[in-house]
Each structure stands twice: as structure tokens, then as C-alpha cells.
Design a binder for this molecule. Structure first.
Ligand SMILES: [Zn+2]
Length: 376
């Protein structure tokens, strides 16, 4: 999903809640349709500001409901040792960015069902409020709206269309019987069918003159269709990369010593190895790194006659060469890194390049395409 135009608003339990710009659009659209449609049709002849006040408050509470739903997913994930750094709220609701695939189907099941349980709980709460406060006025309308909204959130998310919660539940059940990739394949197929179904429904609504609803359904359908394809691809890539250890893919080179000229890197090794990071052994015997981007910023007279040790610095991301490629690749994507050095016991082992991993993935996916077309 796109998280380009999102802004962090606060952090709870180590999870940052971000609002995407598209959510503001949804907020305005929901407030508008409640203030001009839903509430006036149920409780006519009230001053416009009352409709707008209750509509805006309702939209805020809807936002809080979605937030509580997502927080329930992330709290259960964190409880099982899976970090959740971000929650994004965007036009179609929210998404908790769960950093890794759960290790076990039962964990995936619990994480997935936590959100709908929260929404059912909130629906139940507003339902009892409506029971306590049965008067036929705007406040009762507000309570009923939140009851319906939370109930819809729970029910919609339980549709078994991966990556919706229901699709994740389906995947966890299939996964307990088959392997993860096959389970994901089936669950994401349901996701794609459901996406197509919504697009079709949107097209029909459009033909019958329900333009806004039609457009909304088409966008939602496209979103779910794309998300299910994307989620399957990401599981597939993880499954490919988990078969390889990083040390088989390293570009290896001898580190520079701190008292060697820094030009050796720029003029001799960079043209050969094409790595934007180069290891340096410090006078204390530690490993530090030259960064191409640091050096390129400097005018050439500042580099003349200087040693590698003058520019070497610590690098924030290093990996253990015995690790598989999954974590390294995810880290590279998240931090937009082209390379990560591998260090073992304070000894430099090599540099892992993102291009190398991506070529590996491409080769796998290409072979598979060739296989499936071969079979016809
Ligand atoms: Zn959910």
C-alpha cells in the first residue's frame, strides 16, 4: 500500500499511529453524507449545525473504532513477540503493519480475530447504550450509527478474502493442514475473487445511477484485488529467501587499513566492486566503513593525502552472515538500503547487495512463469 503521504500522530505501546492523506478525504465524505443524508432523513427539521456537529463527532468516533480494531491486532501480535511499528489509517479503514509472518498458524489466527472481536465488542456496547437511551432523537441516532458502523466493520473484515481478517483466519486454518505458501495461494485467490465481485457490483450500481456508491465499490474492489496479489507475492518472496543463507550471496573483499589512502577505495576498489560501502580496519582493530555518499560530498582537495581511517564510521545496519535473506531484504526495503555489510565476531565477511537478492527473486519468478506456461 502507499504510505507516501502519511503523517505520524502519536505512539502507543511502541506502535506509531499514522494518518494517510486519503483518510482526511474519507473523513470529509463521511461527515458530509451523515450531515446531509443519514441524520436529516431520520430526524428531520433540525437546524443544520446540529446535523453537522453530530456528524463530525460520529466520524471521529468511527475513526476511534477503526483505531481500536487495529490496535487489538497489534497488541495480540506484540504479545506473541511480533513487532508492530506502524498503524496506518487510510480511506478504506486501517492497517496494522505486522513486521513478520507469524511463526505458527495459531498465532496468525489469534492476531487476525482480535480486530473483529474488538469491533463486535464495541457494537455490543453501543447496542446497550441504545437500549439504555431509547429516545427518538439525534443522540440516539449517533449511538445507533456507531452500533451499525462497528457491526459492519466486524462483519466486513470477517469475509474470507485475504488479506482481510477473515482471509487471514482462512489462511491460518489451511496453514495448519498445508504449507504456508499453498495456504496463502488459496486464501489470496478468494481475495482476488472478492475484489472482482466488488468491482462488478460497483459497475452494476453505476449503471443504475448510484454513482458515488458504484465508484466506492470499484475502488475498494481494486484495492482488495491488488492487496491480495501483493500479499501472496510477499509470502512467496519470503519463502524463496528463507531457503538461502546470506553468506552465499556476499561480495567479498579485503578491508582497507586505517592508514591506507582513502583514494584506494575511490579509484581502485569502487570501480571494481561497485559497493557503496567499504570496510576499514581501525587502529584498534575494529571494523568501520567508508560510505561512498559521504566521500562524494567532499571536494577532492579534502580527500588528497588523507587516510581511510579519517573518514571511516560506524554503520547502523550489519547482519550476521548465517542469517537467511528474509530479514536482510525486509530491512533493505524498509530503510531503502542498497547494501548491508555482514560482520561476524568483529570480523568483516562481505557485503550483501540488494540487486543480488532481487535478481534471485526475479529468476525464481521467471522460471515459475515458464513452468506454468509450459504446462499450458
Ligand atoms: Zn482487522
Amino acid at each position: 500500500m502507499t504510505v507516501k503521504y502519511s503523517y505520524p500522530i502519536f505512539t502507543v505501546f511502541g506502535t506509531t499511529v499514522n494518518i494517510d492523506i486519503s483518510w482526511l478525504f474519507a473523513f470529509i465524505l463521511i461527515s458530509f453524507s451523515l450531515a446531509e443524508g443519514f441524520f436529516p432523513s431520520l430526524y428531520p427539521n433540525l437546524p443544520a449545525f446540529q446535523y453537522w456537529l453530530v456528524a463530525t463527532v460520529s466520524a471521529v468516533f468511527l475513526f476511534l473504532s477503526v483505531l481500536l480494531h487495529e490496535l487489538s491486532h497489534s497488541l495480540v501480535a506484540i504479545k506473541h513477540g511480533i513487532p508492530v511499528k506502524d498503524i496506518y489509517l487510510f480511506i478504506f479503514g486501517g492497517v496494522a503493519l505486522i513486521e513478520q509472518e507469524p511463526k505458527h498458524p495459531s498465532v496468525e489466527f489469534k492476531v487476525a480475530i482480535a480486530g473483529p472481536i474488538m469491533s463486535f465488542f464495541l457494537a455490543g456496547m453501543f447496542f446497550s447504550f441504545a437500549y439504555i437511551y431509547p429516545k427518538d432523537n439525534l443522540l440516539n441516532g449517533f449511538i445507533n450509527y456507531l452500533f451499525l458502523a462497528n457491526l459492519s466493520l466486524a462483519v466486513f473484515n470477517l469475509i474470507p478474502a485475504f488479506p482481510l481478517d477473515g482471509g487471514r483466519i482462512l489462511r491460518s486454518i489451511l496453514w495448519s493442514k498445508k504449507d504456508l505458501l499453498e495456504a496463502t495461494y488459496i486464501a489470496s485467490k478468494f481475495g482476488r475473487y472478492f475484489g472482482f465481485f466488488l468491482i462488478f457490483l460497483g459497475g452494476v450500481s453505476f449503471l443504475f445511477g448510484y454513482f458515488i456508491n458504484g465508484l466506492w465499490l470499484i475502488f475498494l474492489g481494486v484495492f482488495i484485488w491488488k492487496a491480495s496479489k501483493q500479499a501472496y507475492l510477499s509470502t512467496k518472496i519470503s519463502s524463496i529467501l528463507s531457503r538461502y543463507r546470506a553468506d552465499n550471496f556476499l561480495t567479498t573483499m579485503s578491508p582497507l587499513f586505517y592508514d591506507e589512502p582513502v583514494d584506494n577505495y575511490l579509484k581502485m576498489y569502487f570501480p571494481f566492486y561497485r559497493t557503496y560501502i567499504y570496510p576499514v580496519i581501525t587502529s584498534e582493530g575494529d571494523i568501520k566503513f567508508l560510505l561512498y555518499e559521504d566521500l562524494k560530498k567532499l571536494p577532492s582537495y579534502e580527500l588528497e593525502g588523507r587516510n581511510a581511517g579519517d573518514f571511516a564510521r560506524k554503520y547502523n545496519y550489519v547482519l550476521d552472515p548465517s542469517e537467511d535473506l528474509v530479514r536482510a531484504y525486509k530491512l533493505m526495503l524498509r530503510k531503502k538500503l542498497k547494501e548491508i555489510p555482514a560482520v561476524y565476531n568483529n570480523t568483516f565477511v562481505g557485503i550483501l547487495k540488494r540487486d543480488v537478492i532481487e535478481d534471485l527473486i526475479k529468476n525464481y519468478l521467471r522460471d515459475e512463469d515458464a513452468d506454468s506456461t509450459g504446462r499450458g
